[in-house]
Design a protein around this ligand. Sequence first.
Ligand code: HAM
Length: 433
Amino acid sequence: MAKLLQSLRGMNDILPPKTTQWRQLEAEFRTVLQQYGYEELRTPILETTELFKRTIGEVTDIVEKEMYTFMDRNGDSLSLRPEGTASVVRAGLEGNLFFGQIRRLWYMGPMFRHERPQSERYRQFHQVGVETFGMAGPEIDAELIVMCQRLWRRLGLANVRLQINSLGTATARQVYRTALVEYLGHHTANLDDDSRRRLVTNPLRILDSKDPGTQAIVAGAPRLSAYLDEEAVLHFEAFQRLLDDLNVPYEVNPRLVRGLDYYNKTVFEWVTDELGAQGTLCAGGRYDGLVGQLGGRDTPAVGFAVGLERVLALCIKQAKLRAVVPPLLYIAPVGLAATRTALRLAETLREQRPWTVLCDCAGGNFKSQLKRADKSNAAVALVLGEREVAESVVGVKLLRRGTPQRDVKLADLVSDLDQLEREGVFEVSDTGE
Ligand code: HAM
């Protein structure tokens, strides 16, 4: 037998019935995004490598070692997108979305990073991202946060905490960077290898290190907050006041620096302790310089991205997604005449009502067909045999109620089913996963 081929490591198929959960999750996101007036955009999955280098930063982990980069047939260097912000800014500039306009945009789709796969860390993962343009004040930062909170609430999620920080302007960060490098330079012997390398390339990321030895040194390091420019301080204070007004609890984490270079002022992460090491569900912040950096007019911007695999994992862990909506009606025909009637009957029902109608096309006797009907989670079986066809009736059997099957005239079937729907026969109870 031929060897079975497998999907790539860290890249997973999403198979039924899991796809139903994904759709439910995506639907919740769409509803909330629409409530806040967001417009969807879709960008290509492939972009020039240069786009990501110029936005995320040449010396970030993502660009240095995580991108799927290759030469295409024209000799151009292309990369699978590792995130969405860069593409949205490029697309917005190309499509003239920003000029003199306020924008609230969102996107959903796969992102690619060649990281070491582990629980809740994948090489292909999915994000819902939002990016806003043209709003410089802290109000939109706060609105983004409260929108996330609404999402967690709608999904019924508990134990999701908000961490915030301010990175100040690029100039203030440069001054801080010098002070930090000076301090850490005295402790290089005790830094982990990665941090020693970052001392030259991206020292702020050392604040984020998970290495206990490095963490101990970082505890005594100068604090970015002491170097923030006044404008950033006022912005951050006003942002916190707005979060207080909106009753959103938060924690200021001075070590929150983010792994992408484009941020300034507000940055934030929503985290949970329930998913092990990969507990960041959502992350984002302000990137006022990026549009200008890519050749547009200076345009303030702020956004975030949610990791859908992680949110789904938490929903499942906390048993918060409603049960799969089953096919409601199952037509079970036995015999040639009944089979021919069945397909037509299914079409008539679908034409007249929005119900899901599954018509058994696998044959066999009533017993085996009703077994399949039970398995499909249908609420009602419509039984058709030679007798039913001859008498123009259908046997109606309520699968979850155990009541005896009864004949209903074909002509009365829709109104009979309408009555059953009113009685709640089609409803599905909440059963978690
Ligand atoms: P990020 O922090 O790189 O930010 O990713 C955002 C979220 O994507 C993470 O918090 C996590 O939930 C999810 N994520 C990232 N990598 C993986 C992975 N390998 N496996 C599973 N989930 C993952 C950004 O991407 C920025 N573009 C966010 C942003 C938008 N900032 C401003 N606007």
